[in-house]
Structure formats: C-alpha cells, structure tokens
Ligand binder design. Structure first.
Ligand code: URP
Length: 480
C-alpha cells in the first residue's frame, strides 16, 4: 500500500515543455518565452496531469477557468487564423475551432468578467502576473514545482514613495512514507525544500513563509505520541537549516514547527519561528486556537499559544502569523491588525472535505476587514499513517486525513487576490506588494476608524463574566 501521494509522473514536466516548444515553433511568438509562460499557465491537457487532487484534470480552479473560457493568448499574439487553429487544437481541444474575431472577443470578455468577480481588481486592473528570473524558472522545471508570480500595486502618493516587498510562500507534500525512520523523513523534507527556497532566493524574495509543521507529516490525526519526537526547540535543527538560507539570501523566513519548550517541562507548542534576513531569530508566535474538528486531534499534542498577537518589525515590513485554524477566528485576525501588521501569514494544513469552500473566503475577508495583506499556505498530498485511527465523527477507521489541497495564494486589502497554486503539486507563489495599499484602504473605507471598538470592548468584557446574560428582547406576543 502506498503511504504517501507523490508528485506527478516523472515525464509530466518534460512532455509539457516539449508541447510548449512545439507551440513556440509553430506560431512564432513575438515575445517568445514570455508568451510561452502564458500558454503554460493555461495548460489543461488532462492526459499530462495526474488525477490525484486535480479538479477534473486541472491543477487549480483558475487554470480550469482560464483554459475553458479564455482565448486571451490568441489576442495577445495577434496570430494568423491557422496558428490560432493549431493553438486551439493543442490547448483547448474542447472548444469550437471556428476562429472568428467575434468568437474571440466574446470569450475574452466572458473570461475577464469571471476573473474580475472571482479575483477582484487591484487599482482598477486585474492582478498582474510577473516574469521571474531564469534561474528560478529552471529550478521549478528541474524539481517539478509549480511557480507563479504576481504583483499588487498601490496608487502613487505624493509624500511617500512606494514600499514594495517581494513575498514568497512554499507548499509541499512530505518526501518519504510516514513509515520511514523519523530522521530520514525530516532530512528528506529539508532536501526537498532546499531547491524551492533556492528558487525564492534566485527570484529575490524578501520574506518567505513555509507551511504549518513543515518538518513532519501532519500526524496529529493519529493521537499516537511517538510523533512528538519531531518536536524541536526554537533554536533546533530546522531553525539552523533555515537560518543558513536566510543569511544566504538576505531573506526573512517564517518557519512553522512543532516546538518543544525544554525550559517549561518539555511542553509542546505549534510555533512559527521568525528568522531575520541576517539569520537571527527575531521571535516566535504560538498558535492561538487549536482545532477540535474532524480528524484534527491536535489538542492531544500541544497547548493553546501564550504569545498573544505579536507583530514582528522586519527589514521588509511588519508581519504576523495566524497559524491555520486561527483563520476561523475574526478576533484573532483583528488583534494582529490592531498591533499594526501589514502582512499576516496563515501557514496551514487542511483538507478538501473539511474546509475547501471556506479557504478563499476567510483569507480574503480578513485582508479586507483589517486593511492588510494575507498570505495563505496549505500543504499538498495525502499522508497515510501506519495505524488506522478513528475520531469523534462516527466515520469508520481510516489511515489518512484526506487530501491536503494546496491552493496557496495572496489576498490584498482592496479585495483583490491572486490565483492559487496547484491543488496537488509542490509550489512557490511569489507576489510583489506595495505596502502603501494598507493605509490607502484605511483612508478609503475607514474600517478601522469606524469600528466602534468601545462597543465591543464593553460587550466582550460582559460576555466573559460567569453571570453574563444575553441581551434578548423577546416579542411579548411570542408565547401568547
Ligand atoms: N491545522 C489545523 O489547524 N487544521 C484545522 C482544520 C482547518 O482549520 O481547516
């Protein structure tokens, strides 16, 4: 029985590249590789993609929509009718091959409208994809991880220059079966991440965040205590590994781990270690809210965090970390905002059956309500454990959580967001963001200014009292 779901079949990337080269040869693009990147982005040939975790053969919802609705690439290339026919045959085998200017225009508008509603507009325009340096692209091709990059703009200001920061998020599956020796499993994840972090470095990323408990399988479904062996002190092995890379690339790195607090009786925490761009440990944040839902039996392992809602002032901006399940708590998001966060990272581990419809909504809502950027990361793949387990939900015993659906992405305070990374492949998503957008949105919508916190401070201070009475005014005719 397989114990973990691996990445796509080895020939996948190679076949796809060949296909793109063929398109380049046939249509003779003006911009060559840049246009290839666009075509690659819409690649939807299900024969080249694995089924596990895909959406009907597509890597993500956005790619499904793009491939199904958009002939945008034809317009950009202003190609001959024959070239367009060829592209249709290769990239969009399902759609009409009657290429007329009208058909193209209608479908283009349709796609743009769907995209506007799904992803919003940033400063009145669609969020722009950006081109990355070749070494980053080469690492993505060699190690077969999804690589996407975008840019959020802000309006030009008279008295302040732009504050542009380049942010990266990494999602990944585990590297070895959960039955392998623990030290091998951890080492293999380190080695899997190294080229992805190198790609972030090559792309000039300033702040990088890894996924929740990235050093280990997400074994907290099992309730077995042996997985506690993956826990490390804040200055342990994984931090040292990351510190070297932070120094090498002058990059702030957020490293979420299972923490062993040796000085406090070996207490375990779910902790994000914040490593500065000089390789120093700036601080840590411990997960505030622990799930008790489905197979997420995490309360068996670690305690609710005791670090509050710190914001870390780094060389590149004020950042905070809201770990996974904390994203369901609006007050948790709020507290990071009240402390002045400009970017809040949400490293997660969650599965399709449980939370996928919530995933894009909660992050985007938090970004809007708190006038900051949100960076959402989820692991990928299905992790199968040696011993079956049950949880309190009446399901028969099983040996896995279900599929971790990746789909890492960024949300901006103006309600725009990027497309998501693959639903089943490792990936690095990068975005430039002008942090001026945070204040511009506060000025525009005034959410912070109009929030009437005193009303809620009073309400909450009464609510937490044991003798709290809900304020309910009953219809006097209700019981007559
Ligand atoms: N890791 C974690 O807190 N998962 C809980 C499930 C969810 O919040 O979607």
């Amino acid at each position: 029985m397989p114990v973990h779901e691996s990445s796509p079949v080895p020939t996948h990337r190679e076949k796809r590249r060949k296909k793109m080269e063929r398109i380049d040869d046939e249509i003779g693009t003006e911009n060559g590789k840049a246009e290839t990147a666009i075509v690659e982005d819409i690649d939807q040939d299900s024969s080249l993609t694995p089924n596990g975790g895909s959406i009907a053969g597509f890597e993500s919802l956005h790619r499904l929509l793009y491939a199904s609705l958009s002939p945008q690439v034809f317009q950009r290339l202003s190609m001959t009718r024959n070239s367009a026919r060829f592209l249709v045959r290769v990239c969009f085998p399902g759609i009409s091959t009657e290429i007329t200017p009208n058909v193209l225009t209608v479908e283009y508008v349709l796609y743009q409208e769907v995209k506007r509603l799904l992803l919003g507009l940033n400063c009145g325009r669609a969020v722009e994809p950006i081109n990355l340096p070749d070494p980053a692209k080469a690492l993505s091709a060699k190690h077969d991880f999804d690589l996407q990059a975008f840019s959020f703009h802000a309006d030009k200001e008279v008295l302040r220059g732009p504050q542009i920061v380049r942010v990266g998020l990494i999602q990944n599956s585990i590297a070895l079966p959960t039955t392998a020796p623990f030290s091998d499993q951890k080492r293999a994840i380190f080695e899997k991440l190294r080229p992805i972090i190198d790609a972030a470095g090559a792309a000039g990323v300033n702040i990088l965040c890894l996924q929740e408990a990235w050093t280990m399988p997400f074994a907290f479904c099992t309730r077995e205590k042996r997985w506690c062996e993956f826990a490390e002190p804040v200055d342990g092995e994984s931090t040292q590994f990351i510190q070297d890379l932070a120094r090498k690339y002058n990059m702030v790195i957020i490293s979420p781990i299972l923490e062993r607090d040796v000085k406090h009786g070996e207490t375990l925490w779910n902790t994000a270690v914040i490593i500065g761009n000089r390789g120093n440990i700036i601080g840590k944040h411990r997960k505030n809210h622990i799930p008790r839902v489905g197979d997420f039996n995490e309360s068996t392992y670690y305690m609710e965090g005791n670090t509050g809602h710190p914001v870390f002032e780094t060389a590149y901006g004020k950042i905070a970390v809201n770990i996974c399940y904390g994203r369901h708590h609006p007050l948790n998001w709020l507290a990071f905002g009240l402390n002045g966060a400009e970017i809040v990272f949400n490293p997660s581990a969650t599965v399709g059956e449980l939370s996928e419809p919530m995933w894009p909504i909660e992050a985007r809502n938090a970004a809007i309500a708190n006038s900051y950027f949100v960076a959402s990361i989820n692991r990928v793949g299905t992790e199968i454990f040696p011993n079956p387990f049950t949880s309190g939900d009446g399901k028969p015993q099983h040996a896995d959580f279900g599929h971790f659906y990746g789909s890492s992405h960024f949300s901006a305070p103006d309600a725009s967001c990027t497309p998501s990374l693959s639903r089943y492949r490792d990936g690095l998503i990068i975005s430039d963001m002008d942090l001026n957008l945070c204040r511009q949105l506060k000025d525009k919508w005034g959410f912070r200014m109009t929030a009437r916190y005193e009303l809620y401070a009073d309400m909450l201070s009464r609510y937490v009292q044991p003798d709290f009475e809900p304020h309910i005014i009953a219809d006097p005719l209700l019981h007559k």
